[in-house]
Design a protein around this ligand. Structure first.
Ligand SMILES: [Zn+2]
Length: 210
C-alpha cells in the first residue's frame, strides 16, 4: 500500500500551497483533484467528457469517477501521494483509508469570517487570466492588471451570496470528515492565519516526528 497524506481546508486557506511545498520536500506526488478534473476536460478524454456533462448539469462529480481519476493519475513509482481537494465526503474518506496507508491529515484551520474575507479579495484579469488578491497580492495600480493593463474583475462565482453559500457548505461537509479522521488519530490542525513558511515548518516538524 502506498502512503498518503491529506490536506483539508477551505478555498483560500493555503492548503494547495502547503501540499505543494510538502510534496517537493518529501518527493511525494501531489494530486489536486480540481486540476486533474480540469485537465481531463480540456484534453477531452472519455473521463473528461463524462465529468464535463456532470458538471454542466450542475451535479457533483460522482465518487466512482473521482476514484477512477485518481487511479489513472497515480505515479506507481512514487513512494507516496499528497491529496489536495480530496476526500470531500465520508464515502471518499473510507475509500482512502481502505486503499492507502494514511499517514496524516492536515487541516488548515481558518475561521468562517476570515475565509469569506480571503475569497472576497480575489480579482481576475479577464484578458490575460492573471490572478490578484487585494490583501496578499494586489496589482501595482488599483483595479488594473500589471501584465496587460486591462480592468480587473471579480469572478462570476465570487458574488457575496455565492461565497457565503460555498463557505457554509464547506464547513458543513468538513465537520464529518474531521471527526472521521480525528477518531483514527490522524488529524492535525494547523493555524491557517500564520505565514506560509511558519505553517510549512509546523508540518515538517510533525512529519519528521515519527
Ligand atoms: Zn491581464
Amino acid at each position: 500500500m502506498i502512503d498518503a497524506i491529506v490536506f483539508l481546508g477551505i478555498q483560500g486557506s493555503g492548503k494547495g500551497t502547503q501540499a505543494e511545498l510538502l510534496a517537493a520536500h518529501i518527493r511525494y506526488q501531489h494530486i489536486n483533484i480540481g486540476d486533474l478534473l480540469r485537465e481531463q476536460i480540456s484534453r477531452k478524454t472519455e473521463l473528461g467528457k463524462k465529468v464535463n456533462s456532470t458538471i454542466l448539469r450542475g451535479d457533483l462529480v460522482p465518487d466512482d469517477l473521482v476514484f477512477e481519476l485518481i487511479r489513472t493519475s497515480l505515479d506507481q513509482d512514487c513512494p507516496g501521494v499528497i491529496f489536495d481537494g480530496f476526500p470531500r465526503n465520508l464515502a471518499q474518506a473510507e475509500y482512502l483509508s481502505k486503499h492507502y496507508r494514511l499517514v496524516r491529515v492536515y487541516y488548515l484551520d481558518l475561521k468562517e469570517e476570515d475565509a469569506i474575507k480571503r475569497i472576497q479579495g480575489r480579482r481576475l484579469c479577464p484578458k490575460c487570466g492573471a490572478n490578484y488578491h487585494l490583501l496578499s497580492h494586489p496589482p501595482q495600480k488599483p483595479g488594473i492588471c500589471d501584465n496587460c493593463g486591462a480592468t480587473l474583475i471579480t469572478r462570476a462565482d465570487d458574488s457575496p451570496q455565492a461565497i457565503e453559500q460555498r463557505v457554509k457548505a464547506f464547513f458543513a461537509e468538513t465537520f464529518a470528515l474531521k471527526s472521521f479522521f480525528e477518531s483514527k488519530g490522524l488529524l492535525k490542525s494547523l493555524p491557517a492565519e500564520k505565514s506560509i513558511t511558519q505553517i510549512h515548518n509546523l508540518v515538517l516538524k510533525d512529519i519528521h516526528k515519527d
